[in-house]
Design a protein. Structure first.
Lengths: 201, 397, 211
């Protein structure tokens, strides 16, 4: 079993990873977005490393961080290994405000799907190649990305009617090999908002 | 909707919406299933019905003010979340809590685990139509609630842990109360096993339902009892031990099949292990302080604030400005009742958290829901759902 | 319905008493439990606290068969339309209890996603404080609700309802009459025009033949 330090040295040699100095308690490697999938593939498949579980994906917005230089956003990935208990490793990808694009990890880890949808929902970071990039926690009519530092915490947004899942279901059926011949009647969104008249702002 | 299946045969499917207001989905989960008769062909899930903005709210307060919010993540075992968060921050400070606080934390941790597992098993039974075990499981739970009331002042959302210690020391007669609660826990376990183990209806509805292989569970990021039910002996208390968990005599419970019945049985067996740990921990409980003495981290005692100037200043600064956690980023996971509860913490060195991301154990489990129910019957999906023990508070945060 | 019948007399007041007695002692709750308060409601239901003492142990999960909508837990904007619809699906008479700080006012979640109190969406009869409310507080709220129901008069409500219906029928009849009249007038005008056109035609024909 390799230690986290050894893994980092390997990444440094192979992919030019940089050490995140902020993480003083564990090992975090900053990799460029282009190499992300290769790095993760390496971490997952190499013997002695086998980081077979994606523990978490967290988005970070550095807008109001004191003395921060560099891109505004970052996506941080936490991995751990079931095969080698106790081994943990973190990756970080910096995302600039202009591009907002990161390659997806779907296909490598099954749970990346929902984690990435959540980061997209909260920060607006687009995961390229994601099969179904929709909002996860906020409702369909939500405008903006609430966990960005410039989103006011109390800016409320009402939902007029419940969202429908039929398109997602059809997509799931097609993924399973079915082909939709005739669609069921879709329930459209309600035009007259029945929650009108309450506090809007 | 009319579809062609992979063999080219025509099927007439009915989309059926379940939840969020459904007795088995606990108010906050929803899935839309394409039904072929009683069989689920495909299913998609939707969450976010209890998204309360934990991560936005905590950025507005001080570090200590995060603790009440963590209570409401997994409200069945609130103290565990407190401890998980406090442990993460204490690691960032690089301090060790006192010996008595460690043992007390182990005791309340395991009692919370018992509480949580009882709610899960009881609710699973209730969802499958059995009311009696529900009553059995809630009796010891009420006793533990009484202990919480005496210890922390609240029944459910306790906020017992503090960064650098505990809210207060245990009361007189705490040990006797805990021992009595453990006795009634064991009695309830016996009753539950009598209801569970040879109950034909229950076994028919849970054995072989919602099976998942170990590889798939790992790929989905499952942790805790659900992963262990699939046969993976992974427990953070053993793998990355904290609070001297490795020195207690207990075993990691592992299932064999990875089905719904295993997930519930693993929980019941874990209650037994927790009882063992609490009994040993009670013997280790020695008198001593529960808070570390460090005005940077823990608020000085109330008495000091009245006696000398330093204490007053320390208290004032700690309450109004908040403690200053060292600048940096850190991920810390703890073994909670449902699995690994992790906090990704970003601190900018000020008195307020810059960003805290919660890694909820439920999210990964519910993300696999469609894999578990597709091909099964609609009624089985309820058994699967209650076996996973989805707590909406930490699912949606 | 005359004014005489609306006054309470021995028959109507006894009927009121019986109806209210029945309603107060078999309040079937619909637990719209979303968060922590729902767990406390579960504790209220079982063993130590035992909700069946006041005849409410029969928890119904369909809005059609329940009397009390018990909103236990935070309501978010994503959930608000669902809660609204469930309230609308409940049959009269219906009451609402807001259990816990979140349902009353949003609690300490003052955020972009939480509704600051369910009274922005549906009317509430009883509020319970606490985060979460204790089972004792829940019982207190149920007693308050029972008191409220005891003060209601079934006969009066019925009289009002009948009156409303009568008025509605009257209004509808008047509307129908007015419609019919208009329609008849239009018809008369049409016939007149038709006759006139025919007459003119005839006159034209006669003139043609004369020529």
């Amino acid at each position: 079993m390799k230690t986290a330090e050894e893994i980092f040295t390997a990444l440094e040699e192979m992919f030019g990873a940089k050490r995140e100095t902020l993480d003083k308690w564990g090992v975090t490697a900053i990799v460029s977005a282009g190499y992300l999938r290769n790095v993760v593939q390496f971490l997952k498949d190499t013997a002695d490393v086998e980081l077979d579980m994606l523990v978490d994906i967290a988005g970070i917005d550095y807008l109001t961080y004191p003395n921060h230089e560099g891109p505004r956003f970052a996506v941080s990935y936490s991995f751990k290994s079931i095969a080698n208990p106790g081994l943990r490793f973190r990756l970080k990808v910096l995302v600039s405000e202009d591009s907002l694009k990161v390659p997806t990890l779907c296909g490598l880890y099954a749970n990346a799907n929902w984690y990435e949808r959540e980061v997209y929902d909260q920060f607006g970071i687009v995961f390229e190649g994601h099969p179904d990039l929709r909002r996860l926690l906020n409702h369909v009519e939500f405008v903006g990305h609430p966990l960005r530092k410039d989103y006011p915490a109390q800016k409320r947004q009402w939902l007029s009617t419940n969202d429908y899942l039929l398109p997602a279901l059809e997509k799931r059926l097609e993924d399973l090999g079915y082909r939709v011949v005739q669609r069921s009647k879709e329930v459209g969104t309600n035009d007259n908002e029945f929650l009108e008249g309450s506090i809007k702002e | 909707m009319i579809v062609l299946d992979p063999n080219g045969e025509k099927l007439n499917l009915m989309p059926l919406n379940v939840g969020p207001s459904h007795p088995a989905t606990h108010g906050c989960l929803r899935f839309l299933a394409a039904m072929d008769g009683e069989t689920i062909v495909a299913s998609v899930e939707e969450i976010g019905y209890l998204h309360r903005g934990f991560e936005k709210m905590v950025e507005r307060g001080t570090w200590q003010q995060v603790i009440p919010y963590t209570d409401r993540l997994n409200y069945c075992s609130a103290i565990m979340n407190n401890i998980a968060f406090c442990r993460a921050v204490e690691t960032m400070f690089g301090v060790e809590i006192t010996e008595r606080a460690k043992v007390l934390r182990v005791i309340v941790n395991e009692l919370s685990r018992i509480n949580d597992h009882f709610v899960c098993v009881a609710a699973a039974f209730q969802d499958l139509g059995g009311t009696t075990p529900f009553m059995y499981a809630f009796n010891p739970r009420e006793e533990i609630m009484c202990i919480w009331e005496k210890l922390t002042g609240a029944r459910l959302t306790n906020s017992y842990a503090r960064i650098g210690g505990l809210y207060r020391d245990s009361y007189e007669g705490f040990e006797a109360d805990v021992l009595a609660a453990l006795d009634s826990t064991e009695k309830a376990l016996k009753d539950l096993h009598a209801c569970l183990d040879r109950n034909r209806i229950f076994l028919d509805r849970t054995v072989g339902i919602g099976k998942i292989s170990a590889e798939k569970a790992i790929s989905y990021g499952w942790t805790g009892p659900c992963l262990r039910a699939s046969g993976v002996a992974s427990d953070l208390r053993k793998d990355e031990p904290y609070y001297d968990y490795e020195t207690y005599d207990w075993e990691v419970v592992v299932g064999t099949q990875g089905d719904c019945n295993d997930r519930l049985q693993v929980r019941l067996a874990e209650i037994e292990e927790s009882v063992k740990i609490v009994r040993q921990a009670l013997l280790r409980l020695t008198p001593g302080p529960v808070d570390i003495v460090d005005p940077r981290i823990r608020v000085p005692a109330h008495k000091l604030a009245y006696q000398d100037m330093e204490g007053l200043i320390g208290r004032f600064k700690s309450v109004y400005e908040g403690i200053r956690v060292p600048e940096g980023e850190y991920y810390c996971g703890s073994e909670c009742a449902n699995g690994e509860l992790g906090f990704t913490i970003v601190s900018d060195g000020s008195g307020h958290p810059y960003r805290i991301k919660v890694r909820p154990p439920c999210l990964t489990q519910f993300a696999a829901f469609h894999d578990l129910v597709e091909g099964g019957q609609l009624a089985d999906s309820m058994a699967v759902l209650s076996g996973l023990n989805i707590i909406a508070g930490e699912l949606d945060r | 319905m005359t004014a005489e019948a609306e006054k309470p007399n021995i028959i109507t007041s006894s009927l009121d008493f019986i109806v209210n007695w029945g309603r107060t002692n078999s309040l079937w709750p619909f637990p719209y439990g979303t968060a922590c308060c729902a767990i406390e409601f579960m504790s209220t239901e079982v063993g130590r606290y035992d909700l069946s003492r006041i005849g409410s142990e029969y928890v119904r999960f369909t809005p059609r068969q329940s009397d009390v909508l018990l909103v236990a837990g935070t309501i978010t904007y994503k959930q608000a339309p669902i809660l609204k619809r469930i309230y609308e699906q409940m049959a009269e008479p219906r009451w609402v209890i807001a259990m816990g700080a979140c349902a009353c006012s949003g609690g300490f979640y003052d955020c972009y996603c939480t509704v600051p109190g369910i009274d922005h969406i549906i009317p509430v009869d009883v509020y319970i404080g606490g985060c979460p409310s204790r089972p004792e507080a829940f019982f207190d709220a149920m007693f308050d609700l029972q008191k409220k129901i005891k003060d209601e008069s079934y006969m009066k409500q019925r009289a009002e309802r009948v009156k409303e219906q009568l008025e509605m029928i009257k209004a509808k009849t008047a509307e129908a009459k007015a419609n019919a009249k208009e329609f008849a007038q239009e018809k008369v005008v049409e016939i007149k025009d038709f006759v006139k056109a025919k007459e003119q035609n005839l006159v034209k024909k006669a003139q043609f033949w004369k020529e």
